[in-house]
Design a protein around this ligand. Structure first.
Ligand SMILES: NC(=O)c1ccc[n+]([C@@H]2O[C@H](COP(=O)([O-])OP(=O)(O)OC[C@H]3O[C@@H](n4cnc5c(N)ncnc54)[C@H](O)[C@@H]3O)[C@@H](O)[C@H]2O)c1
Length: 469
């Protein structure tokens, strides 16, 4: 699906017209491409008092090959960076209008902030560096999970960072994202997959999010950053088209062997998608009572490592006009079927130790939506499932998370009436809809073996939509 306005205002004539009429000009977002470098350029590094993450960050930045330049708030950075072999120097603001020496990312370590009186460096760093951040740049703040803080003052200060990070996302525009990563004490070494995701063009449409990384007691499996899912098997429901086909494609590109499921009437499209990925097509209706057992049997003794519950439907009507059949089928397909399938796969041990379950929710499930009481109920239930199941799955080292897409350009959103569709597209910090690949890349990060410390969470893929914010 295409966004004609975005294409128009980024053409030479459209850009002139938009600027003379004062129309918004959404940025063409930089997205991951295998033939282009994923990480490049300068990261400006800032820090609050007693930063606890800098040492771990220096090692991670060294492995991305980026250059980390120190703001005056991060005095410790240069010797640390040199020790880890990171190219480094001092942060120099870029003169306005100049494209030389712009920052690809701004990174601030707020993990040592213990009191709201310690925000001066946070202000100074972003105040000094924001104008030097390039378009489609990244802002990442590292903090501590407030609920893990030792004092009420520390909890307050750490919680305050959410408002700060989200506001910067709304101010920055130009395709820039701003996210907050809460790292629990002891989880510092588990942040690399997450840092890479948020620095990379893979997170083009993820902004204003808070992600918590917990410590785990088990060792991570060995993996290759270029093919992190090699040797893993991934089940993706609703894989024939739209977001599901994109999820299947991204997981396969990361090395997974994909088993795609879709309804029998979509078999041809499913076969085609799976053939291109060297995957397996299973034409099952996920809501049929016999499907969970059939799926467990079809996955055989090889089992599965990643389960993505993507299949979903809408049957929109205000509640007074909604038939009982429309109410029931949406809840059954979007929510109850996931429960039945997970129960069967967990009971049979088909979902392997160290596995990943990822549910596709929606911002409708967070905010509610007129005409979508059935859909929003099902999608809020997906969030409840993730939160309730996470503690029970820890013992098997299985993580369970959800993504909540906002407006994504697919056949589902193409059906929305024009005026509502246009509003959905523009009411976010990117002033545009996302692409299926934005959801798929977010799911691939949650499925990553390095994301072992992330569970029970919901990550919105909505360009920081105002809906439900
Ligand atoms: N497009 C968006 O803007 C958006 C926003 C938020 C959430 N979502 C969610 O993302 C997911 C994918 O959405 P999409 O836009 O790609 O939709 P889509 O309609 O293009 O694709 C959904 C796929 O699920 C399959 N499916 C439906 N019922 C099934 C069943 N009973 N058994 C097996 N397969 C079934 C369909 O055949 C289809 O291939 C859905 O869960 C949707 O609710 C989408």
């Amino acid at each position: 699906m295409t966004d004609a306005y975005l294409n128009f205002v980024n053409s030479p004539f459209g850009a002139r017209l938009a600027s003379s009429l004062g129309l918004p000009k959404p940025e063409v977002l930089r997205r991951y491409r295998a033939d282009q470098p994923e990480f490049e350029g300068l990261i400006a590094v800032g820090a609050g008092p007693q930063p606890r993450m800098l040492e771990a960050l220096a090692g991670m930045i060294a492995r991305t090959g980026m250059t980390g330049v120190a703001h005056e708030s991060a005095g410790l950075w240069i010797p640390l960076a040199q020790r880890h072999g990171v190219m480094t120097g001092r942060f120099e603001p870029v003169a306005s209008g100049s494209s030389q020496g712009r920052m690809s990312a701004l990174l601030f370590d707020a993990s040592g902030i213990e009191d709201v009186t310690q925000f001066d460096t946070l202000y100074a760093f972003f105040h000094d560096a924001l104008r030097s951040l390039d378009k489609c740049g990244r802002m990442v703040v590292f903090g501590r999970p407030p609920e893990a803080c030792a004092t009420t003052r520390q909890w307050t200060a750490q919680r305050a960072l959410e408002g700060f990070t989200r506001s910067l996302g709304k101010e920055a525009r130009r395709g820039i994202t701003s996210n907050l990563i809460h790292v629990a004490p002891g989880a510092e070494a588990l942040t690399e997959a997450t840092l890479r995701f948020f620095l990379s063009p893979r997170s083009a449409y993820v902004s204003g999010q808070v992600v918590r990384i917990d410590a785990v007691t088990h060792a991570l499996p060995v993996f290759d950053w270029k093919q992190p899912l090699a040797g893993r098997r991934a089940l993706v429901t609703g894989a024939a088209r739209g977001i599901g086909a994109s999820i299947a494609g991204v997981l396969a590109a990361e090395g997974a062997r994909v088993i795609g499921v879709d309804i029998p009437s979509a078999k041809e499209a499913l076969d085609q998608t799976m053939r291109a990925l060297n995957g397996t097509a299973l034409a099952f209706d996920i809501a049929a009572p016999e499907t969970p057992a059939q799926l467990a049997a079809a996955l055989d003794e090889n089992g599965v490592d990643i389960v993505v519950h993507n299949a979903g439907v809408t049957k929109d009507k205000t509640l007074a006009k909604m038939t009982e059949a429309a109410w029931r089928s949406v809840i059954d397909i979007n929510l109850a079927a996931q429960e039945r399938i997970d129960d069967a796969l967990l009971e049979a041990g088909t979902l392997r130790h160290g596995g990943r379950i990822i549910g596709v929710s929606s911002i409708s499930g967070i905010a509610g939506n007129a005409g979508q009481s059935n859909y929003a109920t099902s999608k809020a239930g997906v969030i409840g499932r993730v939160q309730s199941m996470a503690p029970h799955l820890r013992e098997r080292h299985i993580t369970i998370n959800a993504v909540a897409p906002g407006f994504i350009e697919t056949q589902m959103t193409a059906k929305i009436p024009f005026a509502i569709r246009e509003a959905g597209r523009r009411m976010n910090s990117m002033s545009q809809g996302g692409q299926p690949v934005d959801v798929a890349q977010t799911i691939a990060w949650l499925a990553h073996p390095g994301s072992a410390g992330i569970t029970g969470q919901v990550v919105r893929v909505c360009g920081q939509s105002l809906i439900g914010a």
